[in-house]
Design a protein around this ligand. Structure first.
Ligand code: NAP
Length: 248
């Protein structure tokens, strides 16, 4: 059966590592991105150079019409999606709740909660055996922040990941008898660009001595867990979470 994967936010960081690893395992991959076309094209070129199939597609997943356009194009160019990694996510400048206005909360929740829910809805329509699909798997990329709360840094982000965790539990049960598994990874402190968005590019190095394993993680270490959850090897796992945080 043809394996077709959409990785949201596949241009950089954990998403790029996931897209590249998936291609080596036989997935045709749609690399979604928001702004950084150059980075997305580089991921696609790397996959194609190894003989894999990949396309890059810009879409802001906090906008429903763009989610619909993304899935429509994948239908046409790669075929119906069989795997979805809801990886795209954002955080904003480190601050306390007192400095968070409504527009910030709207941006964070639109990208980190509504986008994944809309993408999952479109994926379920195509995967569900109830609607003639052949089944599939969804992995939501949450964060250990959902458990730790991120006080003084970004409790809005942590709360959005908490909502994503509840969504993983609920959707996993809703579609469990439709051939679709829904799971999640919760990374901890991974070396990517996201920390620069919070205003502290070297955040992982500052924190690493407080991590039980005394080091930050690499995007590839998260990608391995995501690909396992997508695979048939995880055939009896749904509604489950893998924490990748070096201990906590
Ligand atoms: P990153 O390096 O900042 O990359 C973010 C990716 O998301 C980029 O590809 C970006 O596209 C895309 N993106 C952002 N907003 C989008 C939107 N509205 N629509 C479509 N794409 C969008 O992030 P990362 O560190 O790899 O994080 C990936 C996921 O892991 C996120 O959900 C994050 O919350 C989670 N996570 C990360 C860590 C960590 O330590 N890094 C820890 C816990 C959880 P452009 O390239 O076009 O900007």
């Amino acid at each position: 059966m043809k394996k077709v994967l959409i990785v949201t936010g596949g241009s950089r960081g954990i998403g790029a590592a996931t897209a590249k690893l998936a291609a080596t395992q036989g997935y045709a991959v749609c690399v979604n991105y928001l702004r950084n076309q150059q980075a997305a094209d580089a991921v696609v070129a790397e996959i194609q150079a190894l003989g894999g199939t990949a396309i890059a597609m810009q879409a802001d997943l906090s906008v429903e019409a763009q989610v619909l356009a993304l899935f429509h194009r994948v239908d046409l160019e790669l075929g119906p999606v069989t795997a979805l990694v809801n990886n795209a996510g954002i955080l904003e400048k480190q601050s306390s709740l007192l400095d968070m206005d409504q527009s910030r909360l709207q941006r964070v929740f639109a990208a980190n909660v509504m986008g994944p829910m809309l993408c999952a809805r479109e994926a379920v329509k195509r995967m569900s055996v109830k609607f003639g699909g052949t089944g599939g798997a969804i992995v939501n990329v949450s964060s250990v922040a959902s458990l730790l709360g991120a006080p003084g840094e970004y409790i809005d982000y942590a709360a959005s990941k908490g909502a994503l965790d509840s969504f993983t539990i609920g959707l996993s049960k809703e579609v469990a008898d439709q051939g679709i598994r829904v799971n999640s990874v919760r990374p901890g402190f991974i070396y990517t660009d996201i920390h620069a968005s919070g205003g502290e590019p070297r955040r992982v190095d500052r924190i690493k001595d407080a991590i039980p394993m005394k080091r930050g993680g690499q995007p590839e270490e998260v990608a391995q867990a995501i690909l396992w959850l997508l695979s048939d090897q995880a055939s009896y796992a749904t509604g489950t979470f893998i924490d990748l945080a070096g201990g906590r």
